[in-house]
Design a protein around this ligand. Structure first.
Ligand code: G6P
Ligand code: MN
Length: 447
């Protein structure tokens, strides 16, 4: 079975390779192709993978290419994990928004819109090429903003593109642990859009055990989301929000903390990652040790400003080591390839699951996965508090997809201005002007 990773020079590729090496089952991946536009990143990451493969006689061989058609030819699965304009683009997304006094974040608010506007045209081109070159391949989308990117790709790939994120799994794992419930026995009732969802029930033998958590003040703040949102707010919602909802529910505090910080997350990672890739080029030291210490530092500092603003303290050690995207992707790929019948929370077309949204809207919900792809479970309607946010943000995503498809700056302006975290059309217009001035990929947007 052949796996192609687009964005194959990316920092998280060794996590995927580690998961592949650990997969001993029949039908495992037997060849990995890494594709990237940047040859030197491919070389650097290949060196890390070579260290990982040492000692395994049957490690999947890895080849690299900068040619997209070559990468896609013969692929059974394609992992799509690119970052258009790299971390420099991310730091522009963040800085421009913060300078306008609104949230600067890579997937939420103005920054997410800017990121989507430059990513979707590339994602659509990749979707088209995949449909032409490898029509039987399944595409697993890691690329952020994952909800809108998956939806845009689904226009060309239908059910053969599935978006993933590690947040719902992480949240589920933490809440189950706080409740002392075994994951195998539980069915998670999670619903929303990517980075905009809520865990509103945990069903064990037909009973919802989540309400128990709200009556236990110690357990309720014993995990990341409890500390981030506070017991009172969790009780008020009667649900556990995805950590990214901190940017909405505590917007002032999140913006203030990000503005007060010395540098944005993107600027920090740009420096950190540049050091890593440069050190690998120099050929000194162990590539794997350099990668591992960089990864650890990245994990430790994840969402640091939000945690500081909430007084939430450090991340739990178990959250630093737990598998993220790679585990979701591998479980998804295995379930499709081997018809394993697994339940996963994924970004898929709504297809009637939520009456509030049309059939093509990509949502993030529990799905049954089999050889035929991901099928959302029937789910209860969104709670009242979520209706406004979900429909507003879906309208933003739709406007971004429209702008990317038509080149309409007006649609892009609409996306900016209707976002719940952008509070003025004047600000929205200025944001768009500034993003266009700094990001050449947005030159396609015209009146
Ligand atoms: C989580 C989110 C991803 C996001 C990542 C950012 O895993 O689910 O969507 O890309 O965090 O982490 P970073 O280290 O890049 O800030
Ligand atoms: Mn995510």
């Amino acid at each position: 079975m052949r796996l192609t990773i687009l964005g194959g020079g990316g920092f998280r590729v060794p996590l995927i390779y580690r998961a592949l090496l650990a997969d001993r089952a029949e039908g495992r991946v037997t060849h990995v192709t890494l594709h990237d536009l940047d040859e030197s990143r491919l070389t650097a990451i290949s060196r890390v993978l070579a260290v990982q493969a040492a000692g395994f006689d049957d490690a999947p061989p890895v080849s690299t290419t900068t040619d997209l058609t070559e990468a896609l030819t013969g692929a059974d699965f394609v992992f799509f994990a690119i970052r258009v304009h790299g971390l420099q683009g991310r730091s522009i997304d963040e800085r421009v928004a913060l300078d306008e006094g609104v949230l600067g974040q890579e997937t939420v608010g103005a920054g997410g819109i800017s990121y989507g506007l430059r990513t979707i045209p590339v994602a659509v081109e990749v979707a088209r090429r995949t449909a032409a070159v490898a029509p039987d391949a399944w595409v697993i989308n890691f690329t952020n903003p994952a909800g809108m990117v998956t939806e845009a790709m689904a226009h060309h790939l239908g059910r053969k593109v599935i978006g993933i994120c590690d947040e719902p799994v992480g949240l589920g794992r933490r809440v189950l642990h706080a409740l002392g419930v075994d994951a195998g026995a539980a069915r998670l009732d999670y619903v929303g859009l990517n980075h905009l969802g809520w865990l509103r029930g945990i069903h064990v033998d037909g009973n919802d055990v989540l309400p128990k958590l709200f009556t236990d003040p110690v357990a309720l703040v014993s995990f990341e989301e409890g500390r981030l949102f506070g017991a009172e707010w969790l009780r008020a919602l009667g649900a556990i929000p995805n950590p990214y909802l901190h940017y909405y529910y505590y917007n002032r505090e999140a913006v203030a903390a990000a503005r007060a910080a010395e540098q944005t997350r993107g600027a920090f990672l740009l420096e950190q990652q540049s050091r890593f890739y440069t050190s690998l080029q120099s050929g000194q030291g162990s590539p794997y040790a350099a990668w591992e210490s960089t990864r650890h530092e990245r994990e430790v500092t994840y969402m640091a400003e939000n945690r500081a603003a909430a007084g939430a303290g450090e991340r739990d050690a178990s959250d630093l080591e737990a598998g993220g995207y790679e585990q979701v992707a591998l479980a998804l790929m295995r379930a499709i390839a081997r018809d394993e019948q697994v339940d996963l929370i994924l970004n898929v077309r709504n297809a009637g699951t939520l009456a509030l949204l049309d059939a093509e809207a990509v949502i993030e919900v529990p799905c049954r996965v089999d050889a035929d792809g991901a099928h959302p479970y029937p789910t209860a309607p969104l709670p009242d508090h979520a209706v406004g946010l979900v429909t507003a943000v879906k309208a933003v995503e739709r406007a971004v997809i429209e702008a990317a498809a038509t080149g309409s700056r007006t649609a892009a302006l609409r996306a900016m201005a209707i976002h719940p975290l952008v509070d003025s059309v004047t600000v929205a217009r200025r944001l768009l002007d500034r993003y266009q001035a700094q990001l050449p990929e947005l030159a396609y947007l015209r009146a």
